[in-house]
Design a protein around this ligand. Structure first.
Ligand code: AHR
Ligand code: AHR
Length: 479
């Protein structure tokens, strides 16, 4: 059985079932998600390998070979047609065209499920999915259940990495108009023990860790790589539950009455992923699977769902491919774009650029074009690049410009300075994708360095010459 078969048996059927990694019903063999590739902007649907099984990641890899891919649709498996697509503007605009949010990279969150490769939805700040015309979801004070499997190590403090029930207008229409799972370390409203991240409920104009919008010591900081997060609500009763999605049981972090001002609820029934009810889109997080039920699931039903999730066997996948890098080595990165192949990734002051460098260049220039490979400051599965002439300073993106800045020790600096090498998109060397923005790659454009996406809104996202501009032959450093 899949999670939604279990909910059905419990009398609280799924009315939305989203996953890019697996079917959530044992009989489901339809599409899980749609990807769009950068080379020709065509799309394809990815289905499970077998009914009830794991996503056909190989089909994605084939379709997306030698180009970039975005996740355009996360299909609803419940039969209600409650698919998630690129979120429109609301109280806040997103960064994409016409104020839409960004779509997620199709390769940002590789995993294996019992050894079979699949991809989750790695969402950077600015990403969001939504359905403002959902059918069958709970409205007003009607009962519902939610679970999501998330990456417990990918979060931030911005508003709001949510999955669940929200406003149909993408605007804040008042307290109680949302009931969604929140995950992150936002401290504007509620908090739990420690420094976070926490599972909380976004009930609109407040993230709740318990009855009051303040510190509730029973809501723990989460440190699991894969976390099962649960929020459910019915008239004057709601709960937060959670656990390790890779082993063990769920715990109940809150179960009790509604907060003051949130009873009765005024749920609207739209569905959000990765954003707040008003399209606040500064949060980051990673989603693997999740559902919404109609009806308040019993703890016993959820415990069976947790066992099903654990049995799915989530393990983190490889973030790198192509020629390997060696921590501690000094490297140079040579451009592969025809006409630019004598240029190397270098810096002038804080600006990352490309410069023509040879073994007879000045020592200063040779050092400017040499980088020490270190373990990724933001993720140890990837790398950061320390300036040879300015130890303690690293290549990082800021507003998607590449800069050489001193490490200030913040989590933000680590995210901005971590890059995951892949096989070069043009078949040469490596492409270096940003860990925190996996739609973006180290690119030269007019001889300046950027964290660029393939066909995004910035000038330096120009799709012309993209594959060449993001492919670098890496060899020993000049210095
Ligand atoms: O409740 C927290 C956030 O407040 C909601 O997600 C958003 O709509 C509002 O800004
Ligand atoms: O480069 C994009 C973002 O810009 C970085 O993540 C952040 O540091 C800055 O706001």
């Amino acid at each position: 059985a899949g999670p939604c078969d279990i909910y059905s048996s419990g009398g609280t059927a799924c009315v939305a079932a989203h996953s890019t990694t697996r079917a959530l019903y044992s009989a489901y063999s339809g599409s899980l998600y749609q990807v769009k590739r950068g080379s020709d902007n065509t799309t394809t649907d990815i289905a499970p390998l077998t009914a009830g099984g794991v996503a056909n990641a190989a089909a994605q890899d084939t379709f997306c070979a030698s180009t970039t891919c975005l996740i355009t649709i996360i299909y609803d498996q419940s039969g209600k047609g409650n698919h998630l697509t690129q979120a429109p503007p609301g109280g806040f605009d997103g960064p994409d065209i016409n104020g839409y949010d960004n779509l997620a990279s199709a390769i940002g969150a590789p995993v294996t499920l019992n050894g079979q490769k699949a991809y989750g939805v790695f969402m950077s700040p600015g990403c969001g999915y939504r359905n403002n015309a959902a059918t069958g979801t709970a409205i007003d004070d009607e009962p519902e259940g939610l679970y999501a499997v998330l990456d417990g190590t990918h979060y931030n403090g911005n508003c709001c990495y949510d999955y669940g029930n929200a406003e149909t207008s993408s605007h804040d229409t008042g307290d109680g108009h949302m009931e969604a799972i929140y995950f992150g370390d936002n401290t504007v409203w509620g908090t739990g023990t420690g420094s976070g991240p926490w599972i909380m409920a976004d009930l609109e104009n407040g993230l709740f860790s318990g009855e009051s919008a303040s510190n509730n010591a029973a809501d723990p900081s989460i440190s699991y790589r894969f976390v099962t997060a649960i929020v459910k609500g019915e008239p004057d009763q709601w709960a937060i539950r959670g656990g390790n999605a890779a082993s063990g049981a769920l715990s109940t972090y809150y179960s009790g009455v509604r907060p003051s001002g949130y009873n009765p609820m005024s749920k609207e029934g739209a569905i959000i992923l990765g954003i707040g009810g008003d399209n606040s889109n500064g949060a980051q997080g990673t989603f693997y699977e999740g559902v919404m039920t109609y009806g308040y699931p019993s703890d016993a039903t959820e415990n069976l769902v947790q066992a099903n999730i654990v049995a799915a066997g989530y393990v983190a996948g490889a973030l790198t491919s192509g020629p390997a890098l060696t921590v501690g080595s000094s490297i140079s990165l040579r451009a592969t774009t025809p006409g630019y192949t004598t240029r190397y990734l270098a810096h002038t002051g804080t600006t990352v650029n490309t410069q023509v460098v040879t073994s007879s260049s000045t020592t200063a220039l040779q050092q400017q074009a040499s980088w020490t490979v270190v373990t990724g400051l933001g993720n140890s599965a990837c790398f950061s690049f320390e300036s040879v002439d300015t130890p303690g300073s690293y290549i990082r993106h800021y507003d998607f410009d590449l800069l050489v800045n001193a490490n200030d020790g913040t989590a933000q600096f680590g995210w901005d300075s971590t890059f995951c090498p892949l096989a070069g998109l043009n078949g040469q060397g490596n492409t270096l994708r940003s860990w925190s923005y996996p739609t973006r790659f180290i690119r030269h454009f007019d001889d300046v360095g950027y964290a660029a996406s393939n066909g995004g809104v910035q000038v330096f996202d120009n799709p012309a010459s993209f594959n060449n501009d993001v492919s670098w032959v890496i060899s020993a450093g000049f210095a």
